[in-house]
Design a protein around this ligand. Sequence first.
Ligand SMILES: CCCCCCCCCCCCCCCC(=O)SCCNC(=O)CCNC(=O)[C@H](O)C(C)(C)COP(=O)(O)O
Ligand SMILES: Nc1ncnc2c1ncn2[C@@H]1O[C@H](COP(=O)(O)O)[C@@H](OP(=O)(O)O)[C@H]1O
Length: 300
Amino acid sequence: MPTVYDRHFNQVRNIARHLHNHYHIAANELLFLSSFIINLVLGRLIHWTAPQEEVYNYYTDKRNILNQLFVKNGWAWTTIVIVVFYVSILTQSRPRKSKVIREAVIRYAVITMWWILFTQWCFGLPIMDRIFVLTGGKCVVEDPGRHVKLFANLGNGKSVSSTISSYNCKRIKGSSWEGGHDPSGHVFLLIHSSLYLFLETAEYWPGWGALINSISSVVHNHEKTIIEKLKQLAILGVKIHPQLLVIGMISFWWFMLLTTNIYFHSIAEKLVGMVYGYLGIVVVYFVPRIFRQQSQIGKN
Ligand SMILES: CCCCCCCCCCCCCCCC(=O)SCCNC(=O)CCNC(=O)[C@H](O)C(C)(C)COP(=O)(O)O
Ligand SMILES: Nc1ncnc2c1ncn2[C@@H]1O[C@H](COP(=O)(O)O)[C@@H](OP(=O)(O)O)[C@H]1O
């Protein structure tokens, strides 16, 4: 007689099978894709239940070093990690190098273009700023300075603009970006980057066993000092198993996403950032699988 747990397990297995057969999403990919929804739910639960000093801490301060140095330059760090990854993988003698490089560069270019369109520039304002102004958002300032041409003077000591970018608005002293639906750029960037790193490197996954064995052979080498062990671990994570560097970057992005989810933006603004974060990745990694399968069926 199947228990209620067996029934639930079977239901989850059937959903996973359906997604695998129809949309070609493997179970581990599904788990990783859903981890960002779990992150959002966890962030909200912490926000509602944790004591104030845990919600408003160093990490939820915009000026914290992790935000300013890493997330604010998030695409640059993701680029560095993927370049190191490929250099390392390709120097460990791989066949068909030029094909691997060509395809990786094309995917990187498309994924970078999507990041640019959403956060930096989309034939004028980037998509996230367009959503904000289309839903009634404005940049309000007292003194527009050199951006004066983009502002209308309200005559009450304030000027407003719906043509200046969020980036430039935030740089004007005393400005406020108010009124519209402001999709979270952080949620977008952190999900977009994590998914890109995960899917781009999945083909070269050596398995947890191989990674754990390599780490433990360094850690348990009693002839080495701690400094030597740390050096060996760094070499291991960059030259031998660059997957460790990727795991480190993704884990860090996941943690930063959690702080965004705990403190910043409304749930709707985070969900919109999340949807756009998934979108570019789905187009580059999942849609081609469906077409490839259909053309395979056509050939048979
Ligand atoms: C096999 C892989 C092949 C790779 C080929 C590499 C070729 C290398 C050529 C290098 C070309 C340069 C490409 C661009 C590299 C960069 O990433 S430079 C720009 C870096 N900028 C950032 O990372 C900024 C990230 N920040 C943001 O997007 C926003 O600040 C934000 C986080 C979305 C939030 O904005 P708010 O204003 O805080 O809302
Ligand atoms: N995890 C995090 N840690 C610190 N600051 C964060 C953060 N997530 C978002 N922010 C800040 O919240 C604001 C809105 O971010 P976003 O729209 O990208 O989600 C940004 O402020 P600033 O633009 O004033 O730096 C950003 O720096």
